[in-house]
Design a protein around this ligand. Structure first.
Ligand code: FAD
Length: 584
């Protein structure tokens, strides 16, 4: 028998967008329910870096302004996104940020740790300040049993696969910058001293990055008593009397009808985990397993449900692209998990080549631009997707690659034998390496010779690697003359395959500046909102800066809640949209 439940608002999906929308709706006086199909809450947001891109925030310094950020966003989005929507983002994002502070979520930016914007050549770009990092949540234990239902961070964001680190600690350990030993000892000591906690679980009580973000949001929900139903999957959006009136869902396999008197917020993520939808909507063939997002959940349920009731779409062939590598999973034999290469591409003694043995990009552009370059190169040569990351013994000794630790910590002899000629290719000469990976040897040798010349001179004449403020943010400060360029000349030589992965797709129902889903006639579908990766992105085909995906998901989550709770002068709730006979 179908079970029936009634709320003002139903939010679908427990990523940062969904959770924030639910909390804001509750705070504005609406009875709100959050449903999540998985048995874990947090979605991709929980495994993310947790950074948000908030122009004109109080830490950005006097150089930033709403107008400057608008100029930048207009340039990045190349006229694909209405200015009213860009402006709404810029106006509401700082308000959303102070609301987060009230929920106990502390974000900060400073010149040392805040990333430069991703298109430093566009006017209005900032060298730092818009990307904000989240402070750790030291006592995850306050979540009680909900701690164990929080989707866990990926091992590559942990020390020794178990100790939580944040992005600043990770940077200190990677670059061995001043004070790194203190950071290391502090992390080890705190984890090991926490014996009472470790009797319950290997998981660190201290939550960092995406886990800190989602942990704090979950705590805010618990304090307010906002219900979260796990294992509850949206199957259909219900319409009645000219408006969206709720959802049909499957809860633990049983059908349930949930009425929503004011509306439904779709926050169910992209469709990156659906091979079928990738092939239907994305321009070139890419594999779902190349995505760095958690397996299985984000398969476009929200998108399909919205299409069924007449939603228009936007940016269906776009994703937040990121190069990924398929690292063998130790606990589960014969399986791999794709990990994003965020910073490794800027470390010396390495380069990326296509299958013709040629470089095709400034390796240390943003991960999104790197992905777009793979697509372009593949369209031109047919020899990308996959391409290769090439490095030498110096890189291997000093630097990590995803969860492959530097040789100084995990030498080749300590790696599982089946990693070689499978995940990690190794040879004593470049020609031999090329033969192992199916690339023309003379071409790889020539490309490397030229690259090594650039490394010696400190200037990349072909792709200007490290030639702008973004590129210079990465690299090894101890390496000269250019911290991102080092010769590939010490055997053995190595190669790892690079797939075109993503951090989620970003095409979906087209929304207006109030996050309302628009029908094919461009009028809002009454009562239906979409935020985060389920929606056609406010960023169009661009990725303006680190944190732009969570920043926009959470900002429009906040906007949707405001619209759902809009009131007249007498304080009475008013309809967020005219009723529409089309969907009666
Ligand atoms: P999600 O967080 O994926 O949440 C969607 C939820 O909806 C999931 O829990 C899913 O199970 C649920 N769901 C799906 N279908 C249904 C259904 N039918 N019924 C009910 N529930 C459903 N972005 C940044 O801005 N900053 C970063 O620092 C950052 N770092 C990243 C690092 C990594 C390794 C990765 C992979 C991504 C990173 N990203 C980052 C990208 C960012 O995490 C995602 O773009 C963002 O989390 C998407 O949020 P969302 O709320 O749209 O979706």
């Amino acid at each position: 028998m179908t079970q029936e439940v009634k709320y003002d608002v139903v939010v679908v999906g427990s990523g940062a967008g969904g959770m924030l929308s639910a909390i804001r709706c509750h705070d504005l006086g609406l009875k709100t329910l959050l449903i999540e199909k998985s048995d874990r809450y947090g979605g991709t947001s929980a495994v993310s870096g947790g950074a948000i891109w908030i122009p004109n925030n109080p830490d950005a310094g006097p150089g930033d302004s709403e107008e400057k950020a608008l100029e930048y966003l207009v340039a990045c989005t190349e006229g694909q996104v209405p200015q009213a929507k860009l402006r709404r983002y810029l106006q509401v994002a700082p308000q959303m940020l102070s609301y987060l502070a009230g929920l106990g979520l502390e974000y900060y930016a400073d010149p040392l740790t805040s990333y430069p914007d991703y298109y430093p050549h566009h006017s209005g770009a900032m060298p730092y300040g818009r990307t904000m990092l989240v402070r750790p949540m030291d006592d995850g234990g306050v979540l009680g049993d909900e701690f164990f239902r929080l989707r866990e961070s990926y091992p590559e964001f942990k020390l020794l696969d178990k100790i939580s680190i944040d992005l600043v600690e990770g940077g200190a350990l990677l670059y061995r910058s001043k004070g790194w030993i203190r950071v290391l000892l502090g992390l080890l000591w705190r984890y090991h001293a926490d014996r009472s906690w470790r009797r319950q679980t290997h998981r660190d009580r201290r939550l960092t990055i995406g886990n800190a973000l989602v942990g704090r949001l979950r705590k805010a929900m618990l304090v307010r008593g906002i219900p979260l139903l796990l294992k509850t999957r949206l199957t259909r959006i219900l319409v009645e009397g000219g408006r969206v009136a709720g959802v049909s869902a499957s809860r633990d396999g049983r059908p349930v009808t949930i009425s929503a008197t004011r509306g439904v917020v779709l926050a169910s993520g992209g469709f990156e985990q659906s091979q079928e939808l990738r092939e239907r909507f994305l321009e070139q063939r890419t594999e779902a397993r190349w995505s760095a997002t958690p397996r299985d959940n984000n398969v476009g349920d929200g998108l399909l449900a919205a299409l069924e009731i007449g939603a228009d779409t936007a940016f269906m062939n776009e994703a937040w692209w990121a190069p990924t590598i398929a690292v063998p999973s130790r606990p589960a034999p014969n399986t791999t998990r794709n990990q994003a290469l965020f910073f490794e591409r800027g470390l010396p003694h390495s380069m990326a080549i296509n299958r013709l043995g040629k470089r095709f990009v400034n390796e240390i552009c943003s991960y999104h631009q790197f992905g777009q370059a793979m697509l372009r190169d593949n369209a031109a040569t047919g020899a990308n997707l996959p391409c290769w990351f090439i490095f030498d013994a110096q890189y291997r000794q000093k630097y990590p690659l995803g969860s492959l630790l530097p040789g100084s910590v995990a030498s080749d002899s300590k790696l599982p034998k089946d990693w070689f000629d499978n995940f990690l290719y190794r040879a004593d000469s470049l020609a031999e390496l090329a033969a192992r990976i199916g690339v023309a040897g003379d071409s790889l040798v020539e490309t490397t010779r030229r690259f090594n010349g650039f490394a010696a001179a400190g200037v990349d004449e072909d792709f200007a690697r490290g030639g702008n403020v973004y590129g210079q943010f990465f690299g090894d400060p101890a390496h000269a003359p250019n911290k991102v360029l080092g010769a590939i000349d010490k055997p053995p030589f190595y190669a790892v395959r690079i797939d075109l992965g993503d951090l989620g797709t970003k095409g979906g129902p087209r929304t207006d500046e109030d996050a309302r889903v628009l029908g094919r006639d461009s009028r809002p579908i009454p009562g239906l909102f979409a935020v985060g990766n389920v929606a056609g992105s406010v960023m169009g085909g661009a990725y303006p800066g680190a944190g732009a995906t969570l920043g926009s998901a959470m900002t429009f989550a906040y906007v949707a809640a405001e619209k759902l709770a809009q009131r007249d002068e007498a304080g009475q709730l008013t309809q967020p949209c005219e009723l529409d006979a089309r969907i009666a």
